[in-house]
Design a protein around this ligand. Structure first.
Ligand SMILES: Cc1cc2nc3c(=O)[nH]c(=O)nc-3n(C[C@H](O)[C@H](O)[C@H](O)COP(=O)(O)OP(=O)(O)OC[C@H]3O[C@@H](n4cnc5c(N)ncnc54)[C@H](O)[C@@H]3O)c2cc1C
Length: 474
């Protein structure tokens, strides 16, 4: 048995004092401090890293969030905002001396307005629950991370999350009109509004994607869009990554923007087919899922044009889903890709970088070379239409050497993304995972400017510190 070092008495006394003060301002069930009850909060989607927090608070209103932040900032205590804890970059990873501020109990839908096409929701509403709430009125909320059943809109705003359908509809920043948030000092602020361009300076744009560094988001005004009449997915298998990549370029260059254009390489096809039984082409080296939507006539016309383009690349197979069930199976395979890899490998690291799609084949070739060099398998999944690459590196966390190699491999992939003109993160954020790679993409002057912006919102660096910005010597 590994013995955990016992915290010193002064640390325990301080913890007890802070927990006591939190209990004085919140209902009894809103403060968690027992070691066993803290367990579910000690990690997030980047589960190789674990750290029990000082305590967890679960407020139910903006006023309670403000009271907590006033108290903690007054005491100089650090705070880690948390939604569902699905971050794959360790964004919600606790710190030993920080209180986790969980938004999960703020899960009410406050207003739906189909005339002006917005919904006002609390930060703890799950992504999918927004669409479920407006579907009967003929609307949906467009960004659809694969984690949409669990992840929350506050987390989506913090990470500027994307998903398979963002090629057509944009990411979170394109679909949020406004928000309510609380500063680290406990002041409630409103940014944006219910209508586009509600304020002259885009402060909202500064906060979306800021990874819990600037404000705690408590309410979000999302744009809702009319549901399409219908959608159909097409599967096309190709003889090589290069050919599939060239087909992606040809589709986009033709002026067609499908609602989704997803790419999987051979290892990903096999893992996902074994999981979803969706009829993925097992004889292909690479596969595209191409989805179009509209009336049946519009779908037919678009699919005919895409089929004609794909034919030029001599696909080994091509199939259009005929029923809603078939389309659902195709998406089950893609959206369940991370789980599918989890079935064949004890652990995996999901990388998230962006590249120009024209460099796809070259990048996949170099990732294959790195895979041989590091002795680790990798499966590649790619939001091909917008250049967002997700290599899944398989390793065994019980073997520290394997984990170290996986992390070094992942860092090399992200360096490669920057080298070819892309960037460090497409949608999963920087968190702790990519913090020390920020210097690969940003100059010291750019990082200094970013730090000054963080400092303007959070002068004592109490909000989610030790994430995003490379650590500097004191
Ligand atoms: C299986 C799986 C599939 C995924 N697929 C996708 C995908 O397709 N696209 C995609 O973009 N991401 C994806 N993700 C990553 C993750 O789901 C997203 O980053 C998501 O937006 C995180 O939401 P969350 O509620 O879980 O936030 P958390 O993980 O709890 O927190 C994420 C970050 O946001 C901050 N934060 C959370 N809530 C607030 C708030 N109210 N105010 C201020 N800061 C806050 C936290 O401090 C942290 O930095 C996937 C994750 C998993 C596990």
């Amino acid at each position: 048995m590994i013995r955990q070092p016992q915290p010193k008495q002064d640390v325990l006394d301080r913890r007890a004092a802070i927990v006591g003060r939190l209990r004085a301002i919140l209902p009894a069930d809103a403060v968690i401090a027992e070691p066993l009850e803290l367990k579910p909060y000690e990690t997030d989607g980047l589960s190789a890293y674990r750290q029990p927090p000082l305590a967890v608070v679960l407020p139910r209103s903006t006023d309670e969030v403000a009271a907590v932040l006033r108290l903690l900032s007054g005491e100089g205590v650090r705070v880690v905002p948390r939604g569902a804890g699905t971050s794959l970059s360790g964004g919600a990873l606790p710190m030993a001396d920080a209180v986790v501020l969980g938004l999960a109990r703020m899960n009410r839908i406050l207003e739906i307005d189909e005339t002006d096409r917005f919904a006002v929701v609390e930060a703890g509403v799950t992504n999918l629950a927004i669409t479920e709430a407006v579907k009967a009125r003929g609307f949906f909320y467009a960004p659809d991370p694969s984690s949409q059943l669990a992840c929350m809109i506050g987390g989506n705003v913090a990470m500027n999350s994307g998903g398979a359908h963002c090629l057509r509809y944009g990411v979170t920043s394109n679909n949020v009109l406004g928000l309510r948030g609380v500063t680290v000092e406990g002041e409630v602020v409103t940014l944006g509004g219910k209508y586009p361009d509600a304020e002259p300076t885009d402060w909202l744009g500064l906060v979306i994607g800021s990874e819990g560094q600037l404000l705690v988001v408590t309410e979000v005004i999302v744009r809702i869009l009319p549901l399409a009449e219908g959608a159909r997915a097409m599967l096309a298998g190709f003889r090589s990554n290069e050919i599939a990549g060239a087909c992606v370029d040809a589709i986009i260059a033709s002026g067609i923007i499908p609602v989704a254009l997803e790419f999987m390489d051979r290892p990903a096809i096999h893992a996902c087919e074994a999981f979803a039984h969706a009829g993925y082409p097992l004889d292909a080296e690479a596969m595209l899922i191409i989805e179009v939507e509209g009336s049946v006539a519009e779908q037919d016309a678009l699919l005919a044009r895409i089929r004609a383009i794909a034919d030029r690349f001599e696909p080994v197979s091509m199939r259009v889903s005929q029923t809603a069930e078939e389309s659902a199976a195709i998406w089950k395979g893609r959206k369940g890709a991370f789980g599918a890899i989890g079935r064949i490998s004890p652990d995996y690291l999901c990388m998230d970088g962006t590249i120009p799609t024209s460099r796809l084949a070259e990048v996949l070739g170099r990732i294959r070379q790195m895979s041989a060099q590091y002795g680790l398998e990798v499966a590649n999944i790619f939001h091909a239409g917008d250049g967002n690459l997700h290599p899944l590196i398989m390793f065994d966390a019980n073997d520290p050497a394997s984990q170290g190699r996986a992390e070094a491999f992942g860092a090399d992939i992200l360096r490669l993304c920057v080298e070819v003109g892309g960037c460090l993160t497409g949608e999963h954020g920087v968190g702790v995972e990519k913090r020390d790679l920020m210097g690969e993409q940003f100059s010291p002057e750019e990082l200094a400017l970013q730090r000054r912006i963080k400092g303007a919102f959070d002068p004592a660096w109490l909000l989610n510190p030790a994430k995003v910005f490379p650590l500097v010597e004191a």
